[in-house]
Write a protein that binds this ligand. Structure first.
Ligand SMILES: [Zn+2]
Length: 174
């Protein structure tokens, strides 16, 4: 195995001053927290991130991270492919006070000791971009619902363990 691992730690302030662009891939198995939402951690995420300093002297990173993920369909429990694309717009800060002053265009990101895990950054963005409830397209799977009925769980937060129960109950009420 001669494959080089991705650069784990980056120096965001330095990259921003140098207006660097980072581009590459990260194996999904490197991202354990994301893995909790997935059926399989095979595959990889790709990213392209531009670093810079804007007129307001904000050190930022902008770009995309994307991945094709295997998730469990919340309707039929079979595996389904979910293409996730995360838009990244981050402002790097070193204190809570700085974080509070970040403009609404950016999401503040705390940097300690001038360095930051690139893998964690990409992982966080992908988790935020996951669908709230993953289901096959209407025609894609057998469901407990009528043809044109949306699952009740769509509006529920991802962590709600009762979402599936609620949909089951609704189907049996008919
Ligand atoms: Zn399904």
């Amino acid at each position: 195995m001669s494959q080089q691992p991705p650069v784990e730690y980056i120096t965001p302030f330095k990259l921003a001053r140098q207006e660097q662009c980072l581009k590459g891939v990260v194996a999904l198995r490197e991202m354990a927290r994301l893995g909790q939402y997935l059926i399989s951690n095979e595959g990889e995420a790709s990213f392209e991130i531009l670093f810079g300093v804007d007129e307001g002297r904000t050190y930022f990173a902008r770009g995309q991270a994307s991945a094709s993920l295997q998730m469990e369909c919340q309707r039929c429990s079979k595996s389904m492919n979910v293409d996730v694309e995360a838009e990244i717009a981050i402002a790097f800060v070193t204190s809570d006070q700085q974080a509070e002053r970040v403009s609404a265009d950016y999401e503040p990101c705390m940097v300690e000791d001038e360095k930051l895990s690139l893998v964690s950054l990409i992982e966080d963005e992908l988790i935020l971009a996951l669908p709230i409830v993953a289901t096959h397209e209407d025609t894609g799977c057998q469901s407990w619902f009528g043809e044109n009925e949306e699952p009740a769980s769509l509006a529920e937060p991802r962590e709600n363990p009762f979402a599936v129960l609620a949909t089951l109950k609704k189907a049996s009420d008919k």
